[in-house]
Design a protein around this ligand. Sequence first.
Ligand SMILES: O=C(CO)COP(=O)(O)O
Length: 259
Amino acid sequence: MTQAPLNALVVGNWKMNGSLATNATLLEGLRAEAASFANITVSVCPPFPYLAHSASLLAGSAISCTAQNLCHEAAGAYTGEVAASMLAELGCRYVLAGHSERRAMFGDSSERVAAKTRMAFNAGLIPIVCVGETLAQREAGQTEATLSAQLLPSLASLSPAELDKLVLAYEPVWAIGTGHVASAEQISSVLHYLRALVASSTGQADIAQRMPVLYGGSVNPASAQWLAKMPEVSGVLVGGASLNARDFSEICRSFAQGR
Ligand SMILES: O=C(CO)COP(=O)(O)O
């Protein structure tokens, strides 16, 4: 398997946490450390109401904002939803699509995630499509079938140019917020499978080989040290540890030094 691109991507998913005051402290702390991870791409995902504020606090830095979700339609009568174009206007570079919490709690089917992926590309955003199996699915030997069913609809409508920009995130549900990081062997096997799946379903083997695939699930400064040394891991999607400037900076630094 060819090595993933060297420039790692580390994304901090704040989920539904934060306030104007704590976000300012967190981002100030990150900016103070940013020089130590300048050779990688770092992005944070504030909740929607804080995107503009966070983007203004990050102005002039290399750290970007990613949105946690987007609407599956472009505009119109979708009360409570946020369009991709709005996120682009606020300066978001990436947007998560299909996070397991959205799939499990908010009805994001794989077809809906595919529509969100399309909306993201239409607005010039880069979608980070998240996939991951539950413990029951893993124990039943259904990991690959689950990931395939989650991902294939999103791949179906993409042009080769779009496919070449797509980012995937493998987040096993049983590893999220549990303190239980997947093993290097488990991650390696799934990331290999995902790149093979992209290659076989799109016919774009070269793009599949270089497609960035992140790992997420209880990443902390200690696990980031060995994750950063895995060539097939293009970066990480960090939840809890991204709420602490020191921990998140340390994770970013591991990837900056490991590349
Ligand atoms: O869901 C995640 C990131 O999107 C992972 O969350 P934790 O790092 O808190 O396990």
